[in-house]
Design a protein around this ligand. Structure first.
Ligand SMILES: O=P(O)(O)OC[C@H]1O[C@H](OP(=O)(O)OP(=O)(O)O)[C@H](O)[C@@H]1O
Ligand SMILES: Nc1ncnc2[nH]cnc12
Length: 179
């Protein structure tokens, strides 16, 4: 039921002259009260017995989706930030570099190093996984902190099977289910 609603509310949009690609518009998902209520439990439910201590998700969309999943999983939430913004960080940040992501960007992603450590069991969460670049980098951050990776949960996976395996990724939709 949720999957059908996600597909109905999803749009590809043409950004206009000069653009070579359609871009995804997932704003309908957040605007829909039922989707908003169901996405957290649905993603937490992809790892029913995993008992994560913390959900990590990358900004910006991850800051919305991650806490919904954390609440449903009974876990805490740790935001992952991209380097280079205006944001001031409160403490020491644990960083990792990404390979080129779905937009060809090499980013540095990081979390507050004081908030993750041995004994943590981490569930990575994202709305969409394409090359897996951002989550791959977060896996390194988790390993460097001495924490354990449970896997990754996403709404949409358009990545190759080897990325899915590497990340232990479970997703609600694949690319060919989108319009
Ligand atoms: O698998 P990958 O190639 O790493 O791409 C997936 C990531 O890219 C998108 O975020 P984006 O950086 O566009 O930020 P947003 O959340 O602000 O849209 C998406 O939300 C994932 O975080
Ligand atoms: N095509 C795409 N690939 C990766 N992340 C996305 N987020 C929104 N659209 C995306």
């Amino acid at each position: 039921m949720l999957n059908r609603r996600l597909v109905e509310l999803f749009r590809w949009i043409d950004p206009g002259p000069g653009s070579t690609h359609l871009v995804s518009d997932i704003s309908g998902w957040w605007r829909d009260p039922e989707v908003l209520a169901q996405v957290g439990p649905a993603l937490a439910g992809l790892f029913p017995d995993a008992r994560p201590t913390v959900v990590i998700a990358p900004e910006v969309t991850g800051l919305l989706l991650g806490p919904l999943v954390a609440v449903a999983a009974g876990a805490g939430f740790l935001p992952a930030y991209k380097d280079g913004g205006e944001r001031r960080r409160a403490g020491p940040t644990r960083w990792a570099d990404t390979p080129p992501d779905y937009r060809g960007r090499r980013l540095r992603v990081g979390v507050d190093g004081r908030r993750l450590g041995p004994g943590d069991r981490v569930l990575l969460v994202d709305d969409w996984v394409d090359t897996g670049a951002q989550l791959d980098a977060l896996c390194r951050v988790v390993g460097d902190a001495g924490a354990d990776m449970i896997g990754a949960a996403a709404l949409v996976a358009t990545c190759p099977p080897e990325v899915r395996e590497r990340l232990r990724l479970r997703a609600l939709l694949t690319g060919d289910e989108l319009p």
